[in-house]
Ligand binder design. Structure first.
Ligand code: GLN
Ligand code: ZN
Length: 762
């Protein structure tokens, strides 16, 4: 191989203005036919390919497009359809495909879960009761399409068998090796057909190789790739990894494949290369452009790294590419009209990232002079961004001089709680909710109108006030002890703060697929973060003015704000997390000044932000709890700090949760109450806690007995004077009547248990 090539690992599916989403949703609601759906999505797919062709990407990926999810695509390639969808074999039709993803009246959808440490969700394959067979070689279909329609010799991508089976469920882990083996001949067939059709390269994604695998599992990987080499010797396989460095590097790098793809942005792959070398007979596909972030790359810096990498591989056997699929970033920055020039120039979305990869490859092939102008431009853009927005001396000094004492409440929990009890006068087993109340179609419609300028600020504010007023009354009538204002003014718990803190901005079209047709638009953190003016005070104070009962102030915590934003990378992440914490500190102080007595700081993203590399856990957890404590440190001793997290499996992070030093925590548990309670048997927790007593994710109204059972089970391990009673998450997705009915039952159950407790204490 004489020339260093540029490559892509996946292009966003959603289209420049989410036309993909519209096509899908129109099909689901019956507005367009299947033929129209196929036409529209084919058009999007071909346009995506064409763009890459025009940019001069050497290895353009095919089979990365999807109508929902690429893991589901892999499942249907092998006819893996759960029994309940009445599949009878052959190519899986579109209706069955969407039924698996979304459920039908008669059959529940397959489970969905997060793709590694990203915010993309995949459909979990169910391997029970199915015998996989190759029912549709999708990689081949899309390879041929690109070739016939655009003359592209594409690089088909398939999800590798080891990762696929690891991510699937419905089998005994003891059987792992056997199950993987059943897939091997099917993959061999796919590879054979691709080679026959003329594919020069085939990329097999095995991101699981960056996680901790057992010896046995590594042996399975070896067996699989040896079988491929033996049966399809002419396939030029790129074994692709991303999101972290490869864990069993020495083994993996020696597998009989043509190329190894590694992430040079997340995880220290360069160090591996330097320490253990790279085989002479292989091509290295270097993921050097950050596929997880939206900021322009410092091309000169990247270029320096690549010069080193180039020395470590044999004869230019190098491919330059993004660190992972560009599925995780928005399509193009060129549509953004409202950003200032400095921020705009500092951005790079999918299209721009591909240009960066092409530039770097060109520079390596033709010498620096050929790309000097591009290097200079990138450098200048980044310099401007830093000078203009990342040089707030005051906040930087503050962060630099923080001490442990700055992240500590004034007195320990045991003393604080006495003061809080004095001030709040709550009953035993107090009842509350998590924060949001139903966002009815009317609430959403009104916000959209306001955003479009169709109604005035005043009219919108008035509308939000009416919602709060109505719901304070409802909560009082339900006899809930600690009320919420309902979050009617918020569209999203991170974007809301992003719009109001310095250093943040929101884009117009910066959408990224989250699951299915659902996209999110994370805020951008482009500069030093600081607090400008009160964010939530007006609503909280208004709601509190309507009632004698405490109404919780409601904030999103520093870890969640950071994890759910696109954060610039010229300042260490943890420093920015502290900047956010200091900003929230001010917000808490202003809520207190206005008489708010309980403040909840939500951290739903804390657990999912855990790094893939376990060696990095400790630092992450320590930094996270410190940031949370910093945000809440200056709160008065008698201000009660609550927090909320929505997951039940938190054994891994129990110490961190304790470390947050929140006075009250509420956790989502209703779907696995028993497990949760057992965590408390093994660990002692002194502070107050609410384990969600019913599941808000279902429209079903729980019975009084059910909730009482949940409460009683918790009270076997948690003292009654520590325990709170609440639903397991925010109520914004539920209907109003469901919500009221369920809360009524919850309060009833709480009262019955409370009275019994009080009677027995006498
Ligand atoms: N306070 C937020 C709500 O109730 C918490 C959301 C969450 O847990 N993700 O909606
Ligand atoms: Zn939640």
């Amino acid at each position: 191989m004489s020339k260093i090539k540029s490559s892509n690992l996946g292009y966003p599916r959603i289209g420049e203005s989410r036309e993909w989403k519209r096509a899908l949703e129109n099909f689901w609601s019956g507005v367009i036919s299947e033929t129209e759906l196929i036409e529209k999505t084919t058009e999007i797919r071909l346009r995506n390919l064409k763009k890459q062709q025009e940019k001069g990407i050497d290895l353009i990926q095919v089979n990365d497009f999807s109508l929902y999810d690429h893991v589901l695509d892999t499942a249907i390639t092998f006819g893996i359809v759960p029994k309940r969808f009445n599949y009878t074999g052959g190519k899986v039709d579109v209706h069955t495909y969407f039924a698996i993803a979304r459920g039908t009246d008669g059959a529940v959808a397959s489970e969905m879960t997060k793709w590694f440490n990203t915010n993309y969700h995949y459909i979990v394959p169910e391997l029970n009761d199915v015998t996989p067979s190759l029912v549709e070689n999708r990689a081949l279909t899309f390879y041929k399409e690109a070739k016939d329609k655009l003359g592209i010799d594409g690089k088909p991508v398939i999800l590798g068998p080891v990762t696929f089976v690891k991510l699937a469920k419905g089998y005994d882990p003891q059987e792992f090796s056997t199950i993987v083996e059943t897939f091997v001949p099917l993959y061999i067939q796919i590879l054979q057909e691709l080679v026959e059709a003329g594919a020069s390269w085939v990329q097999i994604d095995e991101p699981i190789l960056v996680t901790q695998l057992s010896k046995e599992e590594i042996a399975v990987v070896e067996k699989v790739y040896e079988a491929f080499a033996e049966h399809v010797p002419h396939a030029q396989i790129i074994l692709q990894t991303y999101f972290e460095k490869i864990t069993a590097y020495e083994k993996i790098v020696n597998l009989p494949v043509k190329a190894i793809g590694m992430d040079f942005v997340h995880g220290d792959s360069l160090e591996l290369l330097k320490t253990y070398g790279f085989p002479k007979d292989k091509v290295l596909a270097a993921g050097i452009i950050d596929g997880r972030n939206v900021w322009r790359a410092n091309l000169a810096e990247k270029r320096t790294i690549l010069e080193v990498v180039k020395q470590l591989v044999h004869h230019n056997q190098l491919i330059i590419q993004p660190s992972c699929s560009l599925l995780h970033v928005p399509v193009t920055k060129t549509l953004e009209q409202k950003l200032d020039n400095v921020i705009y120039d500092g951005l790079s979305f999918a299209d721009e990232k591909l240009d960066e990869a092409v530039t770097l490859a060109k520079g390596l092939n033709h010498g620096t002079v050929s790309v000097q102008a591009d290097l200079d431009q990138a450098n200048e853009a980044i310099k401007q961004l830093i000078e203009t927005y990342q040089s707030n001396d005051e906040i930087r000094k503050k962060v630099a001089h923080l001490t442990t004492a700055d992240a500590q409440r004034s007195i320990p929990f045991a003393e604080r709680i006495e003061k809080q009890k004095q001030r709040l006068q709550l009953p035993l087993l107090p009842t509350t909710t998590i924060g949001s109340l139903p966002q009815t179609p009317e609430v959403r419609r009104t916000r959209t109108k306001w955003r479009k300028g169709e109604i005035t600020d005043q009219a919108y504010e008035q509308f939000v006030k009416e919602q709060m007023k109505r719901w304070i009354k409802i909560q009082e009538e339900l006899d809930i002890d600690v009320l919420v204002h309902g979050e009617f003014e918020r569209n999203d718990m991170v974007e809301y703060f992003g719009e109001k803190l310095n250093g943040f901005t929101v884009t117009e079209f910066g959408w990224v697929q989250s699951y299915g047709s659902r996209c999110v638009k994370p805020p951008l953190i482009f500069g030093d973060v600081s607090w400008d003016k009160p964010i939530t005070v007006k609503e909280s104070v208004y709601a509190q003015s309507l009632t004698e009962r405490p109404v919780k102030g409601m904030l999103t915590g520093p870890v969640t704000i950071l994890n759910w934003s696109f954060v610039h990378n010229t300042t260490p992440r943890y420093e920015i997390m502290k900047q956010i914490a200091l900003a929230l500190q001010k917000e808490i102080e202003s809520l207190e000044e206005e008489g708010i007595t309980i403040i909840q700081v939500d951290e739903p993203a804390l657990r999912e932000g855990l790094p893939l590399d376990r060696k990095k856990w400790n630092e992450y957890l320590t930094q996270s709890s410190q940031a949370f404590r910093l945000a809440t440190a200056t709160a008065r001793a008698d201000t009660q700090i609550h927090t909320h997290m929505c997951y039940s499996n938190f054994e891994d992070i129990f110490d961190c949760i304790d470390d947050l030093d929140a006075d009250v925590i509420s956790i989502e548990t209703s779907r696995s109450h028993g497990e949760m309670v057992s965590t408390f048997e093994e660990n002692t927790y002194q502070k107050e806690i609410g384990l969600g007593v019913y599941d808000i994710h279902s429209p079903r109204i729980p019975s009084v007995d059910e909730i009482k059972q949940n409460i009683k089970r918790a009270l076997q391990t948690i003292a009654p004077n520590q325990f709170w009673i609440n639903p397991d998450c925010g109520l914004k997705t539920r209907k109003e009547d469901e919500t009221i009915a369920a809360l009524k039952v919850m309060v009833q159950a709480a009262k019955e248990v409370r009275n019994k407790q009080l009677a027995s204490q006498k």
